[in-house]
Write a new protein. Structure first.
Length: 671
């Protein structure tokens, strides 16, 4: 049995996981869980993408080091993805010693073979920011299709790649100023050396989807451009061996993070090594990448070519998916549809999203639409009213009326068994080629067979004349539930573990897909899923708008470094006063804000505080808190806030007010 390594693209450690990235992780995770279910030897590798100018600049703005920012988001990513049951065997970081070692090894091997050269280039420099501008810090018009406001290296509209100097009307993304050109020496990878290899590699059947292959071959036929793999400092990344203030471009070391994560996972294990996955050409291990269509050039041209140059093993398949849209449109911050995974999980059971995405996923690169109305309808009508209701009515009847004991499968159900078995065969084939939406249809077909059989045979009526016939009818339904549970395990792992417990079964595998449950005891029914209410989704959208307007997500490690030093004069300008909360009420339309009337002695102020999730308004009245009294009033969506209340936030996000106990008179200065 060959070993299989599967990866998801690395999320950037410069912000929280969002709903779009969950498309990829859920798709990959379903595939990995299916492989485990059928008995394959598979490991799932990922890491946070930890290098690059955006991280360096963001950390500087927050007064912390880039490494601290990466560590903070690395942990938040791990927590958020765990909420959605993403089953990584390793979730590592590209800012690691293993990644540095493999990055340098690949670079030096390619250099020794003549695939690396240096060249003086004209590069944009911002006189205002006093720095060279990497690709992503140049915005302008795409030289290929004319789309406005595109990055300096790739167009998100047409997918074209180009040099930053080709951008029309370039501007610094940091300050908006027009940059000037300066000369700098850069390292280049001779991608053109690998044209014949890439033609052959991409042509291998099932390595790429047909639509992806057409794009890639088009890029190859246009002529492969040599790839600039270095960046000038300041830059958060690995320094190029033998150089000072020159660093590997983030897209040089980011995919090598797959290798680093594998090595970190394999260290200390006796059953596998990083070499058999990535270095030993005689190995029969298989490598599968899952990526979005925006990073196809890096994974189908640059990545396999750099691996080939250094004699590493080449991926066997690259699976590409489309973008996520919300109600048919790109995710939007202004509409509140740019939703983070963390915020989503606060309002909706993550299993609901796994189920919905599975119904929409296929082997296509078409965009996947999260239609809010359809989302609620499919979860309620299919997962709750169909599948969960079948389990509830069947097990509930057996629990209450038939001592939780199965009988035998009745003879009149025999004609249905081949239909169940055929659906199982089709589901396996669809899982193997990533057509998860079709798998969901097969599962619903089995559920419909069982539900219809129950309706036709009416076990509640049979109880009056022959309870054993009633038991047999429900026994067939339980066997269908068992089949559904196994087929659904890759999609809804925690849901199916509950069903396994209800049926008094262990950890089911594909080998257990037999209708053979008879004359045995089952367990008691337990709650499996709730209906998804439309107002819940409305609250989610409103909360996302609040997040984007108020920036409530923490932006520093739990124990941050101290900020820049200030003087006593600076501190003296902050007027802290005791304030007594006279009234408090919810702000309609906001899941975060509370409207407070605060007595400051000389006057009463209205303050909008983002503390609703930690405090009920009625519990705030009468408390004496610390108020920044000379803060300039801030006009917000829900009104004007004339001050700020001091509070702390713990690692779970819970807010704790800074209270004065015993209280002092309102307006008392706080020193």
């Amino acid at each position: 049995m060959p070993k299989i390594l599967v990866t998801s693209a690395l999320p950037y450690a410069n912000g929280d996981i969002h709903m779009g990235y969950l498309v990829e992780c859920i798709q990959t995770d379903i595939f990995v869980r299916f492989l485990r279910l059928i008995g394959e030897d598979v490991i799932y590798m990922c890491a946070c993408d930890a290098h690059g100018t955006p991280i360096e600049i963001n950390a500087s703005r927050r007064g912390i080091s880039p490494r601290e920012l990466v560590e903070y988001y690395h942990e938040r990513h791990r927590e958020d993805l765990a909420r959605f049951e993403i089953s990584f065997d390793e979730y590592y970081t590209t800012d690691s010693p293993e990644n540095r070692r493999h990055c340098e090894a690949i670079f030096l091997a390619a250099k020794d073979k003549g695939h690396i050269f240096t060249q003086d280039i004209e590069q944009y420099y911002c006189e205002n920011c006093k720095r060279f501008l990497p690709d992503r810090y140049i915005r302008g018009i795409c030289p290929k299709c004319g789309a406005a406001d595109q990055y300096g290296d790739v167009c998100e509209k047409c997918g074209a790649t180009y040099s930053p100097t080709d951008v029309i009307e370039p501007a610094c993304a940091l300050c908006g100023a027009a940059p000037s050109l300066k000369t700098s020496t850069h390292y280049f990878f001779k991608l053109s050396d690998f044209r014949d290899f890439l033609v052959e590699w991409t042509a291998t059947p099932r390595r790429l989807q047909e639509s992806v292959l057409a794009f890639v071959r088009g890029w190859i036929d246009q002529g492969l451009q040599d790839w600039d793999i270095s960046r000038d400092g300041p830059y958060f990344g690995f320094e190029i061996p033998g150089e000072t203030d020159k660093f590997f471009y983030v897209w040089m070391d980011a995919p090598i993070g797959y290798i680093a994560a594998t090595e970190h996972y394999c260290r200390g294990r006796h059953d596998r090594t990083v070499e058999e996955y990535w270095c030993n050409k005689d190995s029969d291990a298989l490598i599968h990448h899952f990526i979005g269509k925006d990073i196809v050039p890096f994974h189908t041209l640059f990545w396999p070519a750099t691996l080939k140059a250094a004699d590493y093993r080449i991926p066997d398949a690259v699976h590409v998916h489309g973008f996520l849209t919300v109600d048919g449109k790109k995710m939007s911050k202004s509409r509140g549809t740019f939703i983070t995974a963390r915020r989503f999980a606060e309002f909706v059971n993550p299993s609901c999203l796994r189920y919905y995405y599975a119904t929409k996923l296929s082997d296509s690169i078409d965009d996947l639409d999260l239609n809010i109305e359809e989302f609620a309808h499919r979860v309620n009508s299919e997962l709750v009213n169909n599948i969960t209701n079948l389990i509830s009515r069947t097990v509930g009847f057996l629990n209450k009326r038939l001592d939780s004991r199965l009988g035998k499968i009745p003879e009149d159900a025999a004609a249905l068994i081949p239909q169940v078995e055929a659906a199982i065969v089709r589901a396996r084939g669809d899982y193997e080629i990533l057509r998860f939406g079709r798998v969901m249809k097969e599962i619903l077909q089995i559920s419909d067979l069982a539900n219809n059989f129950i309706q036709q045979r009416e076990p509640w009526a049979l109880m009056k004349s022959n309870p054993e016939d009633s038991r047999d009818v429900l026994t067939f339904a339980v066997n269908c539930i068992k089949a559904i549970t196994i087929l659904l395990k890759p999609v809804l792992p925690s849901y199916c573990r509950k069903v396994e417990r209800i049926l008094n079964l262990g950890d089911l595998t594909w080998e257990d897909l037999r209708l053979d449950l008879q004359n045995r005891q089952i367990g008691q029914f337990e709650k499996l899923a709730d209906r998804l209410e439309s107002d819940t989704l409305g609250k989610l959208i409103a909360a996302s708008r609040d997040d984007l307007a108020g920036g409530i997500a923490p932006v520093a490690p739990e124990v941050p470094e101290f900020g820049a030093e200030i003087t006593m004069d600076d501190l003296g300008r902050v007027d802290l006063r005791a304030g007594k909360i006279l009234a408090a009420e919810e702000v309609k339309g906001s899941d975060r804000l509370v409207n407070l009337e605060v007595d400051l002695g000389r006057e009463t102020r209205t303050i909008l505080a983002g503390i609703k999730q930690s405090y009920a308004p009625a519990d705030l009245i009468g408390r004496t808190v610390v108020v920044v009294a000379n803060l300039k009033p801030r006009k917000m969506k829900f009104g004007t806030s004339a001050g700020m209340i001091l509070a702390g936030v713990d690692s779970s996000g819970k807010i704790g007010l800074c209270e004065l106990n015993p209280p002092v008179p309102p307006g008392t200065p706080i020193h």
